[in-house]
Design a protein around this ligand. Structure first.
Ligand code: PA5
Length: 438
């Protein structure tokens, strides 16, 4: 079974046979219940549903302000540092890395837009010292993103970068090179931004970090990197309309995906690997891991989200997937059309024996690698779901991200957990603060 909506296709024909037909029917009717809970605003965490209409609700004014700020920062920067952790950086990083030239850093001369780098997503001394060292020689600006405005990791990075900016440019100019994205009324970052008169954008109260890629938290860095946020929003908005307008798993790919992954979970498959044959999607996989991991992993329940980039990881994790413990399933994320065109060259001597594919595009070979992998893994006892999108372009990434957010909310409701809280992330913080003597 498969379905396609707004160019996003979900296929479950290599997954559903791993369970009984009656179980699949039960999973589909649970998905319908969860869908109704979500759209009737009757489920757990229903005060955090602002993400549902972010694409259709965003005003032209806000888009204009984001684009204008991005233009302003780009003009004065070789590098823009995005400071944030979790949902406050993964969405924008996923989109930027998916869209940008993989070797942009080698094209110094013909680079039209500043490099976007990330900080505050760890507390590594080396990482931040090396970053500051590199920035010393460059013109740079900072976008600091924290919804709560109190998260330790970005707060440390921002303190370091702010001090460095002040040292480099003086207090006033430094302030003009900082943009804050935070809560509209509370938090330490909001107070500092007001005091220092930073340009500021708001993450709405009813939008959690991991659902915030279509808010200024995601949109501003994406616009700074030179990508078309209007197209990104358009793709998400079309997906929003489509998913909200189809209430059956037979015609709604998000419901079909949620139903299938829960069906597999009920059948002992507690780990899902999102795999892509495109290394540009490595951070998309990280974004997806956070979205599903933080939304579902609670009350001793949940599917553990893992990821891999194939065919690279077929030469490492591939052995485990083929023959290791049979507690996992895979979701293949396939992009149909590459951005570029490159084929295997013909070589008279054919010493490497590759002439049987000479003239074929690399994407053709890559697709055969994927199809071969799906068959092998399925035969080895690993259910495989497939999700595909036409191209790595803003519009389809917007559609894919909204699709996954919607699926995730339904899936968590099917599991019986609140998709929008994260009580478990407090435990490490409490211990860290104790150890630091806070
Ligand atoms: O999804 C979430 O809510 C979290 O991952 C947060 O985004 C993350 O903890 C960062 O929080 P904040 O933006 O408040 O600094």
């Amino acid at each position: 079974m498969e379905n396609t909506l707004n160019h996003i296709r979900v296929g479950v024909e290599n997954a559903v046979p791993f369970a009984g037909a009656d179980e699949f029917e039960a999973a589909k009717s649970n998905a319908v219940k969860a869908y109704n809970e979500l759209l009737n605003v009757s489920g757990a965490g229903n005060d955090f549903l602002g993400w549902l209409d972010l694409p259709s609700d965003i005003s032209k004014n806000l888009i204009g302000e984001i684009e204008e700020t991005a233009y302003y920062l780009r003009r004065k920067s070789d590098v823009i540092v995005v400071v944030g952790i979790g949902g406050s950086y993964l969405g924008s990083r996923a989109v930027i890395e998916a869209l940008q030239d993989s070797f942009k850093f080698l094209h110094k001369k013909k680079r039209r837009y500043p490099m976007i780098v990330f900080a505050g997503q760890n507390i590594s001394e080396d990482y931040h010292a090396e970053l500051i060292d590199a920035l010393d020689r460059l013109k740079y600006s900072v976008i600091v993103i924290s919804k709560s405005g109190t998260t330790t990791e970005p707060a440390i990075a921002f303190r370091l970068l702010r001090a460095n900016l002040i040292k480099k440019y003086g207090h006033e100019v430094a302030a003009s090179r900082i943009v804050a994205v935070t809560d509209g009324s509370k938090g330490a970052l909001k107070s500092l931004a007001d005091k220092e008169r930073y340009r500021t954008f708001v993450i709405p109260d009813d939008v959690g970090g991991r659902y915030s890629v279509l808010s200024p938290a995601g949109l501003l860095p994406i616009a700074c990197a030179g990508f078309d946020i209007k197209q990104f929003i358009k793709g998400a908005e079309e997906m929003e309309t489509a998913l909200r307008g189809h209430d059956k798993p037979e015609d709604n790919p998000a419901m079909l995906y949620a139903a299938t992954r829960n069906l597999l979970y009920q059948n002992g498959k507690a780990i899902e690997m999102l795999v892509s044959f495109n290394p540009s999607l490595a951070y998309f996989i990280e974004w997806w891991k956070q979205l599903f991991g933080e939304s579902e992993g609670k009350e001793n329940k949940g599917i553990f989200p893992a990821g891999a980039v194939y065919s690279t990881d077929l030469h490492s994790l591939g052995q485990f997937v083929q023959e290791g413990a049979r507690n996992l399933f895979e979701t293949f994320l396939w992009i149909e059309k590459p951005k570029k065109n490159l084929s295997v060259p013909m070589e008279k001597s054919n010493q490497d024996g590759l002439d049987y594919i000479a003239g074929k595009n690399l994407n053709y070979v890559n697709e055969k690698a994927m199809l071969g992998t799906i068959k092998a893994h399925k035969d080895g006892g690993v259910p495989c779901i497939t999700i595909s999108a036409p191209e790595l372009r803003e519009k389809y990434l917007g559609a894919l991200m909204y699709f996954f957010e919607f699926s995730c909310a339904i899936s968590a409701y099917m599991l019986g957990v609140n998709p929008f809280n994260q009580p478990g992330v407090e435990a490490y913080k409490k211990n860290m603060f104790n150890l630091l003597g806070k």
